[in-house]
Design a protein around this ligand. Sequence first.
Ligand code: IMP
Ligand code: MG
Length: 172
Amino acid sequence: MKTERYISGSEIRKRVKELGKKITSDYRGKVPILIGVLNGSFIFISDLAREIKLQVEIDFLKLSSYGDSKISSGDVKLLKELNCQVEGRDIIVVEDIIDSGLSASFIKKIIEKQNPASLQFVTLLFKKGISNLDFKIKYKGFVIPNKFVVGYGLDYAQKYRNLKHIYILKDA
Ligand code: IMP
Ligand code: MG
């Protein structure tokens, strides 16, 4: 499949540093729990966590909705639950990309049921004009057009996650 380089590894590094700095100052005096959404956020969360100069805890949850398709099936399922106590804690959900916003809305519902002290989302990529979210995403790495992207954790049919840069996937 054809790919076109879209965001370089060094641009990503720079932006992740900025996000880490912002989160560090916003959460001063707190011990937030970073919740990575598997599998796509595994590289982003590991880089971001190291740019946050605070004590943090880290946990993961796993959703499925896409299968091997490029279009969301709209049917979100929880494949791995959280293993942390959310009640009274400051939660930061770490997403690779927000596209339709279905996953983010689903996660928000699950977490709010457990009464966190606060809940915010950080996403590396945010697809402009697609997300029909009824809440704000506080931390966005890059706002991108409606193109299918891979690399830096993001897959197409489970491939390309290990690429250092982010690429637009041209249709096969
Ligand atoms: P949403 O529920 O439509 O916001 O989609 C969220 C999930 O779909 C992300 O966490 C990704 O795993 C996947 N996804 C959405 N757009 C893309 C893309 O352009 N490339 C790779 N994965 C994507
Ligand atoms: Mg995916």
